[in-house]
Design a protein around this ligand. Structure first.
Ligand code: NAP
Length: 328
């Protein structure tokens, strides 16, 4: 492998553009190739960013010997198939969130990467932002004591459109998988384990996708998370952690915040104002590249077992609400 890490982009939708912009901020990354389901789309995307290799199929991208790591930017329902394709082509993989449709799919992806000794990570980019790094540091230092309750929400209002990937069950539509995963992942990061008590409610759309939901998760040894997400309601999008000695606020929108605030009972307040390198997606790319160069096969900050636990939590919530996808 050369010193420069060569990325291949699988899929050319909204997030693929943002990720490529994030990668362009890294001098030791090269966006070497793009794969699309059509040559015209691959060419248009490649022309926009000066990407030299453009493929008319995901299979051709996965087989490209000039690519070291593939970024999966397809809809949730394609993550399993596309990740397996890239891994079987011998590529390391960064796969968009939610990592898969359910835990069973995620286990298959993780098993394939581990069997092949390849790097695999869920693209939970929020975890790598400086505000989240400060939050983890404060928690590790015991600044607020053992967290007792977390509040996090991510809701936005979109017009109901059963044909859109946001709502269509065939694409894993609904709030929980699209944005609720940020809140569930935040709680997982804070408590460092999977919940052992799970409850909640959802209001479903006509087609069965969860439009608005609320969940309460309980963690072993104590600690609750009160979480909600929506694709039919704009919510505050804040995250708060309350402990016996103080609290941490990650202000709205917490999932891409450049600030975090620590408050103690003595009203000692520390506010960090940390702008992101590149466009925010750059940080997760750096984590992937450092991991691959160091010979690691997963991230310590977003480990695969934690991704599996998060998928298990999403499965449990959907089971409570009766949200089942046609491919399950
Ligand atoms: N990290 C973030 O901030 C963030 C933000 C938004 C979305 N996401 C995640 O990224 C993934 C993609 O979201 P997006 O908003 O970029 O979606 P999008 O704009 O609809 O793009 C998805 C792309 O996937 C490819 N694709 C492969 N199979 C497809 C199929 N059967 N139907 C439609 N497209 C297909 C298409 O590229 P080709 O036509 O080139 O094959 C399409 O452009 C989702 O899992 C989402 O949760 C993450």
């Amino acid at each position: 492998m050369t010193d420069i890490l060569r990325w291949g982009i699988m899929g050319t939708g909204t997030i693929a553009h943002k990720m490529v912009e994030g990668l362009l901020a890294l001098p030791d990354a090269e966006v070497a190739a793009v794969g699309s389901r059509s040559q015209a789309t691959a060419d248009a995307f490649a022309d926009e960013y000066g990407i030299p290799r453009r493929h008319a199929s995901y299979e051709a991208l996965a087989a490209d010997p000039e690519v070291d790591v593939v970024y999966i930017a397809s809809p949730h329902s394609c993550h399993r198939e596309n990740t397996l394709l890239a891994l079987r082509g011998g590529k390391h993989v960064l796969c968009e969130k939610p990592f898969a449709i359910n835990r069973r799919e995620a286990e298959e992806m993780v098993a394939e990467a581990r069997a092949r000794g390849l790097f695999l990570m869920e693209a939970m980019w929020t975890r790598f932002l400086p505000a989240m790094c400060h939050t983890r540091r404060w928690l590790a230092e015991g600044q607020i004591g053992a967290p007792r309750i977390v509040y996090a929400d991510f809701g936005f209002q979109e017009a109901y459109d059963p044909a859109s990937r946001l709502f269509d069950p065939a694409f894993g539509g609904g709030a929980l998988l699209d944005v609720g995963v940020y809140a569930v992942s935040f709680a997982a990061m804070v408590f460092g384990s999977a919940p052992n008590r799970i409850t909640g409610l959802a209001d479903l759309c006509e087609n069965g996708a969860d439009g608005v939901n609320a969940a309460v998760l309980g963690y072993p040894g104590g600690g609750l998370a009160v979480l909600s997400s929506a694709v039919l309601a704009e919510t505050p999008q804040e995250a708060r952690i309350i402990g016996p000695r103080g609290s941490i606020l990650v202000p709205s929108p917490f999932w891409c915040s450049d600030r975090a605030r620590l408050t103690t009972p003595e009203m000692v307040m520390e506010e960090v104002d940390v702008s992101c390198e590149g466009n925010g997606y750059t940080h997760q790319a750096r984590e992937v590249m450092e991991g691959i160069r160091a010979g690691r096969t997963e991230s310590d900050i977003m480990p695969l077992d934690e991704t599996l636990e998060i998928m298990g939590t999403l499965d449990a919530l959907r089971a409570l609400w009766g949200v089942r996808y046609p491919m399950e």
